[in-house]
Design a binder for this molecule. Sequence first.
Ligand code: IDP
Ligand code: MG
Length: 167
Amino acid sequence: MNQQTLILIKPDGLKKSLTGNILTRLSETKLEIVAAKMVRVSQELAQEHYKHLKNKDFFPELIKYIRGELHQRRKVMALVYWGESAIQKVRDLAGATNPEEAEATSIRGSYGRITTGGIYENVLHCSSNEQEAEREIKLWFEPEEIIVDLYPTKITQLKSYKKRVWR
Ligand code: IDP
Ligand code: MG
């Protein structure tokens, strides 16, 4: 069954110059990239993305992590991968959440670490089920940023609308 999944190359992945390595590893899946962009992560976006973890002790540190405050890299790379069993294929390659428990040859096993502050720095995010993928893709991307139609859309008339354009 074809699926879509959200992937984020986290600030530690960017700081360690791992973008190429991670994308190369992900290309083993033969999935298609249908959206990609760099994102400066707002406090609101970070909190919404990780809202299922808001009661955890590590939540404040996790928000700092995904916003790049721990790596002087205030950005992440966001991608949508699409194809047969996309969610499981990417999770398998990524490895376990805890990089110490992740299989040594997985992406997180190869490049992740646990900080002295107790955060699992595991270089990438990937959706863990279809429901989460839908919520996350709709949170990170507008319909026109994705080159295929993944979810139903509608046309809405915006009354007053300001937009930054090239000068
Ligand atoms: P996932 O990224 O494998 O889906 P989640 O449970 O959704 O794992 O957690 C989101 C992120 O929060 C993880 O990727 C990791 O960076 C961090 N995290 C999760 N659990 C822990 C923990 O027990 N200690 C420290 N950091 C954690
Ligand atoms: Mg998760």
